[in-house]
Design a binder for this molecule. Structure first.
Ligand code: PGA
Length: 253
């Protein structure tokens, strides 16, 4: 049976009150695969989302973390802070953080390690720009990101990491990768994991697609053998659309 994760990346959207009313709406949908669904929310929404989700199987998480446990890092949030709230997931290395906030493969690697140590599941984002794809270099680029991001991470830990393949040209643009393009890259990523670790690790890993996934195109993407779910931005902000995507996954598992 194929495993899925349908994860909503809210980005910088929704106040704590808005988050609470969204979760209440989502719960009313009675999603059939709640355990395979997560919302990734701004830090300020974590408490209200946690309390609104009580009694429901939907998971939750943050969108970034600092690699130090504490100290003089004004404006940052640490793993112990997230652990105490009880988050399930944390997004790491989203292309928006790589582009606007100096996230590098080196900081991504440090963040993955501290999250794994704390038992929080990282959702690691990789993906190429349009320029890289036009040069036909997408596999070399994404392969390079993966080798650097997984440096010195043991197989048992690597298996716990969720990878989201998010081509930058498809994020927020309405220009989704075709199911074939998405499958090709997710299969390539699984192959890289097999090379770095082994076939058992590679097969056990959840590899998601992200980039303009929506209620209409989700099923065609999720049907592909190497796509274990979606990291969904815009369409995760509407309870109806997000629930439809979750049900598309449920119908395939
Ligand atoms: P999008 O964002 O679904 O709005 O394209 C996806 C993401 O950036 O995670």
């Amino acid at each position: 049976m194929k495993r899925f994760l349908i994860a909503g990346n809210w980005k910088m959207n929704k106040t704590a009150a808005e988050a609470e009313s969204f979760i209440n709406k989502l719960k009313e949908k009675k999603i059939s695969n709640e355990e395979e669904v997560a919302v990734l929310v701004p830090f300020t929404d974590l408490y209200s989302v946690k309390s609104a989700l009580s009694g429901c199987g939907i998971k939750f998480g943050a969108q970034n973390v600092h690699f130090e446990a504490s100290g003089a890092f004004t404006g940052e949030v640490s793993v112990p802070m997230l652990s105490e709230i009880g988050v399930d997931y944390c997004v790491i290395g989203h292309s928006e953080r790589r582009e606007y906030f100096n996230e590098t493969d080196e900081t991504v690697n440090k963040k993955l390690k501290v999250l794994l140590e704390a038992g929080i599941t990282p959702i690691l984002c990789v993906g190429e720009s349009l320029e890289v794809r036009e040069q036909g270099e997408e596999q070399a680029f994404v392969g390079g990101q993966l080798v650097a991001d997984f440096a010195d991470i043991a197989a048992a830990d690597a298996a716990k990491i969720v990878i989201a393949y998010e081509p930058i040209w498809a994020i927020g643009t309405g220009k989704t990768a075709t199911p074939e393009q998405a499958e090709e890259m997710c299969a390539f990523i699984r192959g890289v994991m097999e090379g770095l670790y082994d076939g058992v690790v590679a097969e056990s890993m959840l590899i998601l697609y992200g980039g303009s996934m929506n209620a209409k195109n989700a099923k065609d993407l999720l049907e592909k053998p190497d796509i274990n779910g979606g990291l969904i931005g815009g369409a995760s902000l509407k309870a109806d659309d997000f629930a439809t995507i979750a049900e598309a996954a449920a119908s395939l598992s």
